[in-house]
Ligand binder design. Structure first.
Ligand SMILES: [Zn+2]
Ligand SMILES: [Zn+2]
Length: 350
């Protein structure tokens, strides 16, 4: 089969690799769509301790079951499915507690397990039994199915930092996930959503897909002052940092209302992870600070339901499709920040 193989830092090849095989507990998926995530770009440029070369990455996957092991009962040939990223081991303390994204082993598709930038994808017993693998309703396209992974991550973050009816929420960072998050927050009943983005160009792109009440270009105006202006000087009820920026984390504390929830949703690069924060802001404002990373299979399932029901519209996030042969171009497009998600279609040229 044809696959995009990462062979080292900044090195990829489109090559013919051996067709993957499955055992009695596995299933084989013909990949229809795999979207490019920011983390795929990071792995490509900087590597990851859970990825060893040669690697087939990609974890925002949808496709069709083409083979099942004799012991598999959950899926049958012909099922249309979506596959997410984090795979709980099913056995450690955290998996037992139902928080599989905190699994001590931390398996993920496109990391320790083969990813979706390939024509076929094998799912092993752990993935089939415990992983984010869910059937797609007929009404849902494969592209929409691929969007269930990033949406699931948004849902996990919103479970830890829940929106209450009438809240004012801030999202810092207008990448695809930040934009998606802003829209979900609005659907959840926030009366005001403020989206903050440093680059004007990117903010203008976000305006086309995000249902925010105010868009703030932090490169041109003081974002904290803008939030204060929108909240009668009180600050926001919820602040999500959806960007790899220590400055955003510092600003988030300044923009927070007393007793607000601040979610450090976006991780920071390794060389920037030590941040000096004014912890007296946390102390005096009685802030709740939380993190969030990845998603559990239940969030992936819920994301599919939200997309299928039309509650969350992910279509504006599907910007451009590429054939597997054009995967370099697809990565360049994703990195250009010109649109939202770039989708790779390993089995079709269109
Ligand atoms: Zn992703
Ligand atoms: Zn585990």
């Amino acid at each position: 089969m044809k696959a995009m193989v990462v062979t080292g830092l900044n090195q990829m090849e489109i090559s013919n690799v051996e067709m993957p095989s499955i055992d009695e507990n596995g299933i084989l998926v013909k990949v229809h769509t795999c979207a490019i995530c920011g983390s795929d770009i990071r792995i490509f440029h900087s590597g990851n301790s859970r990825v060893s070369y040669p690697a087939i990455i990609g974890h925002e996957i949808a496709g069709e079951v083409v083979e099942t092991g004799t012991k598999v009962t959950k899926f049958k040939v012909g099922d249309r499915i979506a596959v997410g990223a984090d795979v709980p081991c099913g056995e450690c303390t955290f998996c037992e507690a139902g928080i599989g994204n905190n699994c001590q082993i931390n398996y993920a598709m496109g990391y320790q397990f083969q990813g979706g930038f390939a024509q076929y994808l094998p799912l092993n017993r752990t993935v089939v039994n415990y992983g984010p693998v869910h059937k797609l309703p007929d009404s849902m396209s494969y592209e929409q199915g691929s969007m269930a992974e990033p949406l699931g991550c948004v849902l996990n973050a919103l479970e830890l930092a829940p929106v209450k009816l009438g809240d004012t929420a801030v999202v810092i960072g207008a990448g695809p996930i930040g934009c998606m998050m802003a829209n979900v927050i609005k659907v959840m009943g926030a009366s005001k959503v403020i989206l903050i983005q440093r680059s004007r160009q990117r903010l203008e792109i976000a305006k086309k897909v995000v249902n925010a009440d105010r868009f703030v270009c932090s490169g041109e105006e003081d974002a904290t002052a803008a939030v204060m202006e929108e909240t009668n000087g009180l600050g926001a009820d919820l602040i999500f940092t959806a960007c790899p920026s220590p400055e955003a984390q510092k600003d988030a504390l300044l923009m927070a209302k007393n007793r607000a929830i601040v979610s450090f949703f976006g991780g920071l690069p390794k060389d920037k992870e030590l941040v000096t924060l004014n912890t007296n802001l946390i102390h005096y404002k009685e802030l709740f600070i939380t993190g969030a990373h990845g998603a559990m299979p239940k969030h992936h399932q819920r994301a599919i339901e939200l997309i299928a029901s039309g509650t969350i519209n992910v279509t504006p996030f599907i910007s451009k499709s590429f054939a597997l042969d054009d995967v370099r171009e697809a990565f360049a497009y994703a990195e250009s920040h010109e649109g939202m998600r770039a989708i790779v279609r390993p089995n079709e040229r269109d």
